[in-house]
Design a protein around this ligand. Structure first.
Ligand SMILES: NC(=O)c1ccc[n+]([C@@H]2O[C@H](COP(=O)([O-])OP(=O)(O)OC[C@H]3O[C@@H](n4cnc5c(N)ncnc54)[C@H](O)[C@@H]3O)[C@@H](O)[C@H]2O)c1
Ligand SMILES: [Zn+2]
Length: 356
């Protein structure tokens, strides 16, 4: 089957995303079509490189490219400025220059750091995203946000640098651990709540053997929202943060160990639904349908009894959104649409967390 081509564009940028089965082996050909260059750095993590780096390298070489593979340890701890600098040093040593490009092969961690390296290397060279997790395919590889973590906060150092090309090979998802795979559905369900009621109804019978159309739809939803508000200025992009105010606080309260991002977001979505019932008229049966759907993907819908709830409130206060007094919170009046409001109080959020 031919891969699906999604044309992504916004003010000042345009790139294709190719979604299909077995596209890794055709990667070289596609890249040649969109990037007539010679040298590239492939940045990957140990887990992903073990399974896929050879194929990626081979495909690029057979299309006439000269790739240099740079492998870093897997996990969020690798997303640092020091690591980005070390990758740049490796690229300099390998003779990569302004005419070269960067290929990021991995999940969101690799997408974010490789994109950041592409943004700063020689003041910016093209970036090819090859996301290998469901979360990276439907979320982090799209939208141009790249970056690393600072000592005191996630994603505080970064740049907007859109990829030149995104390649989603759905077959690579087959090696994903179940828990990692399922967390991608938290973002997919979020997309459905904020933008696509029809997709919401199809999610309960999702076919794991035919994920390409679902991934395409999610790329469209995210990229259309980003195109309206690339730099978070009008509030449109903020809709993508539905469920993330409480979700991030839960992630932080669990020291980023207790829950995967998507799992914390699952709980955050439920809290946002409870706030939406109170402040935006979300019908209870729709809220219940959302909870049911999250459960189908084995995502958490209740906080464990021993979870340090007081830490969630501490983390919420750390959130910059709460500094200036007025809280900007994303609510959904019904499945398929969302907006930002300032009607939500800290007490509403507290009650929603208490109910988790
Ligand atoms: N830029 C954005 O807009 C954006 C949006 C959302 C999230 N993010 C970032 O994304 C990151 C999370 O991404 P993630 O969940 O993909 O995490 P990740 O990149 O750490 O990948 C999760 C784990 O799965 C492994 N893995 C990756 N692909 C695999 C495969 N095909 N088979 C088996 N194992 C595989 C990785 O080695 C890693 O251990 C966070 O750093 C977050 O900040 C960025
Ligand atoms: Zn998220």
């Amino acid at each position: 089957m031919e891969p699906i081509l999604v044309d992504i564009s916004g003010p000042g940028y345009r790139y294709p995303a190719l979604v299909g089965a077995n596209v890794l082996d055709q990667l070289g050909e596609y890249t040649r079509k969109y990037l007539p260059r010679e040298r590239c750095g492939i940045i990957s993590d140990r887990n992903v490189a073990r399974s896929f780096a050879d194929r990626v390298k081979k495909s690029l070489m057979s299309a006439g490219f000269h790739p240099t593979l740079i492998v870093i340890p897997a996990g969020e701890k690798s997303k640092t400025l020091e690591r980005a600098g070390a990758i740049c040093d490796r690229m300099i040593a390998a003779g990569l220059d302004r005419q070269s490009f960067v290929v990021g092969l991995g999940g969101g961690v690799i997408g974010d750091i490789s994109g950041f390296v592409a943004a700063i290397y020689h003041r910016g060279i093209p970036h090819v995203q090859i996301p290998t997790t469901l979360l990276a395919m439907v979320d982090s590889s799209i939208g141009g946000k790249t970056g690393v973590n600072a000592r005191d906060g996630k994603n505080l150092i970064g740049a907007v640098h859109h990829p030149a090309l995104v390649i989603d090979d759905v077959d690579v998802l087959k090696t994903m651990p179940r828990r990692e795979f399922n967390q991608g559905f938290a973002e997919i369900i979020k997309h459905a709540i904020i933008a696509d009621a029809e997709m919401f109804t199809t999610l309960k019978d999702v076919d794991p053997e035919n994920l390409a159309p679902l991934i395409r739809r999610n790329i469209e939803i995210k990229s259309e929202i980003v195109a309206k508000d690339e730099r978070d200025r009008t509030g449109e992009r903020a809709l993508l943060n539905f469920g993330h105010t409480v979700g991030h606080a839960i992630e932080r309260a669990g020291d980023y160990k207790r829950f995967l991002h998507g799992e914390a977001i699952s709980l955050g979505l439920i809290a946002a639904c409870d706030v939406s019932m109170k402040r935006a008229g979300l019908p209870r049966d729709q809220r219940d349908a959302i909870v049911d759907l999250l459960r189908r993907f084995d995502l958490p819908t209740q906080l464990p009894k021993d979870f340090p709830r007081e830490k969630i409130f501490k983390a919420l206060r750390f959130d910059k959104k709460f500094e200036s007094g007025k809280i900007r919170f994303v609510v959904a009046p019904r499945i398929g649409t969302a907006h930002v409001t300032t009607d939500v109080t800290m007490d509403d959020i507290q009650k929603a967390v208490d109910a988790l």
